[in-house]
Design a protein around this ligand. Structure first.
Ligand code: COA
Ligand code: AMP
Length: 630
């Protein structure tokens, strides 16, 4: 079947399409139908089914006689270690951990926060929650205590599972003080914490609250898989919105299973038993979907990689891992390839490895620039596939579905919509724009299974953020265009979200931190173009009248403050003090114009600008940071 046949098959009968995809899942009670229309543009999928995610990701493969297959390969160039865990070992470890969580009172529906680095135990913690029907919320290790505290207060977890430390090149990330700080800061207190002690750092446990990962499993009954309703939340994953309060994206169990499983063959072109590697982190949606769940649900071998594209130990690490572990499909972010290209532009390290196992490479998380794609294609001589999706959606929405058919590649476009997505480009008034014109990218409701049905404890925010501006559509928050062949081009965000090294960050959240500095009267954060990371945040600060401060001291203090409050992942290193910010007459800061000046792209003087002279000062300030070059 061609892509067009598959897409049309979905469009003509979505219900039949998804019910057929659902056949690949092991149900305790099969769904009577796929779509449940709740009214008011709210939808759910397979709600009347009963199913368990852990059973589908682990136990059923053991029952089917594949228990000895490797489920997880841990490859950590940072600790110089490698380890393999078979499906039967994984089943036993997860059942034991789930049993211990249950013995301490964790039940279906309870929330559990997971704060762990790239070790197999992070996946085991996720699967143990899934086994019990507990709802996990994984928090990325690069976030600071304050971000963790915000998530604790929103999710109200019964337990937190953490490791003693994470390892960044040349730096131990002390998780335990961050965890303790977060619990102190949060209003909600978990009943207990479970700490996985890594040999690189043994953390001090809080008597009565903290339990050792191994010790607390001693002598407990392993837990069986608890069937849950199809619309039971599998997890909450917080992602950046326009404010410092992150959005808790909810994922329902059944749709998640059906859709992820469908993508493994049709999009990523792997069969059960093949090795699949997503070089991301379990704290991001890519890690949830394509390190943990999809490969395991589909019976693949997944790789948990604790390292960086460069420096662990060199820019050949990706190729070593692919060659050594027989990776068939590799998934990474364009930034990672840009980092590798910078160190090994001629691909000398690529040539040192036998990459005959590799069939295709997928890039996502940010715009894939044509230079990077062409460089990768030249070096690897394999299809390099750009594809687009978001935390909200959970799996590729715009893609070149290699498993169905390798479509002609158009550089700069992630290609065509996947089944489930009827995408349009609309103007501000909600009118469909003709081919080639730039507007808001939306998808007709309902969204397919496995996408967000709502935000955790925030249905109004869900409706306001995604469903209100364009009634009947899901608003992606991205702007772009569709060409005459239906290929979609993603150009920019329509909100204050920026993308730094494939990490989604809120400039609004950073502004809230800067505004908290006692000498800052007003501020703005914009994302400027960066050759390596795609974008970098830059802060503009107006100081309080009479603040008798050295500007560079204030800059140092706000840089430290963002690192402390949001975390190192914000990569906030550049700020500058200015007298005033450019605004419209109604007082709106002209961030878009500032970005254009910084990037040296064409811009027009906004008709509504209050005082154009301010832009000269902004230009000078940006030039002092090395931007806004004439
Ligand atoms: N725990 C703690 N700190 C972390 C972290 C984690 N899991 N991940 C990143 N950080 C820290 C880094 O150590 C760095 O700290 P520093 O300011 O002390 O140097 C900071 O956060 C910024 O990290 P990053 O943006 O990743 O920059 P980098 O300079 O360390 O590395 C790249 C540059 C390109 C190698 C790196 O960004 C990369 O691998 N990018 C690919 C990203 C990716 O795969 N994203 C997946 C999304 S799909
Ligand atoms: P996240 O939710 O962290 O996955 O970030 C999603 C956002 O990243 C999208 O809304 C886009 O702005 C951007 N993004 C992801 N993939 C791509 C891509 N292939 N091309 C362009 N932008 C992308």
């Amino acid at each position: 079947m061609s892509y067009q046949d598959v897409y049309n098959g979905w469009k003509n009968d979505p219900e039949a399409f998804w019910m057929q995809a659902a056949d690949a899942i092991d149900w305790d009670t099969p769904p009577s139908k796929a779509l449940f229309d709740k009214g008011d543009h709210m939808y759910e999928w397979f709600s009347d089914a009963k199913v368990n995610t852990c059973w589908n990701a682990v136990d059923r493969h053991v029952e089917a006689g594949r228990g000895e297959q490797t489920a997880i390969i841990h490859d950590s160039p940072i600790t110089h270690s490698k380890r393999e865990i078979s499906y039967v070992e994984l089943r036993n470890r997860v059942a034991s951990l789930a049993g211990a969580l249950r013995a301490k009172g964790v039940e279906k529906g309870d929330r559990v926060i997971i704060y762990m680095p790239m070790i197999p135990e992070a996946l085991e913690a996720m699967l143990a929650c899934a086994r019990l029907g507990a709802i996990h919320s994984v928090v990325f290790g690069g976030f600071a205590a304050n971000e963790l505290a915000v998530r604790i207060d929103d999710a109200k977890p019964k337990a937190i599972i953490a490791a003693s430390c994470g390892l960044e090149p040349g730096r131990v990330v002390h998780y335990k003080p961050l965890l303790d700080g977060a619990v102190d800061l949060a209003t909600h207190k978990p009943d207990f914490c479970v700490i996985f002690q890594r040999e690189q750092e043994v953390a001090q446990l809080v008597e009565g609250r903290d339990f050792n990962w191994h010790g607390f499993q001693y002598g407990v009954e392993p837990a069986e898989c608890v069937p849950v309703e199809g619309n039971h939340p599998a997890y909450i994953l917080y992602t950046s919105g326009t404010t410092g309060q992150p959005k808790g994206v909810v994922r329902h169990t059944a749709g998640h299973l059906v859709a992820l499983n469908w993508t493994m063959k049709n999009v990523f072109n792997v069969d059960p038993g093949d090795v699949f590697w997503a070089a991301s982190d379990v704290g991001w949606v890519v890690g949830h979907s394509y390190i943990t769940y999809a490969p395991l649900i589909h019976g693949n071998t997944t790789i948990v990689f604790e390292g960086k594209p460069v420096g662990t130990p060199d820019a050949g690490t990706f190729w070593r891992v692919i060659s050594e572990h027989n990776v068939k499909t590799f998934f990474t972010a364009p930034t990672a390839f840009r980092a590798v290209k910078r160190e090994d532009p001629k691909g000398d390290l690529v040539k040192q490895y036998d990459l005959s196992c590799l069939d295709q490479v997928f890039l996502a998380g940010e715009r894939a620039d044509p230079d990077t794609i062409m460089w990768a294609q030249d070096q690897l001589k394999k299809p390099i596939i750009d594809h687009w999706w978001q935390t909200e959606l959970g799996y590729p929405a715009i893609c070149n579905p290699v498993g169905i058919e390798l479509l002609p590649v158009k550089l700069g476009s992630p290609s065509l919509p996947m089944p489930g997505y009827d995408m349009k480009v609309l103007d501000e008034g909600g009118n469909e724009l003709p081919a080639g014109e730039l507007g808001a990218i939306v998808s007709k409701l309902p969204l397919p299974p496995g996408t967000l049905p709502t935000l955790w404890n925030a249905e109004d925010r869900f409706k306001k953020s995604y469903l209100t501006n364009f009634p009947g559509y899901y608003e992606t928050g991205d702007a772009g265009m569709i060409d005459e062949d239906g290929y979609i081009y993603i150009m920019a965000r329509t909100d204050d979200v920026i993308n730094v090294a494939g990490h989604r960050l809120s400039t609004g959240g950073m502004e809230e931190v800067l505004a908290g500095h006692p000498d800052v009267a007003e501020c703005a954060v914009i994302g400027v173009a960066d050759q390596l990371k795609g974008q970098m945040p830059v802060g503009f600060l107006c100081l309080n009248a009479g603040a008798d401060r050295n500007n560079s001291d204030v800059v140092k203090e706000v840089v430290k403050l963002v690192r402390e409050k949001i975390g190192p992942v914000a990569a906030f290193k550049l700020a500058v003090v200015v007298d005033r910010l450019p605004k419209t007459r109604s007082g709106k800061i002209l961030r878009g114009t500032m970005v254009s000046i910084a990037d040296g792209t064409e811009w027009k003087m906004p008709a509504t600008i209050d005082d154009p002279v301010i832009l000269d000062e902004i230009t000078e300030a940006l030039q002092s940071l090395g931007y806004a070059k004439a």
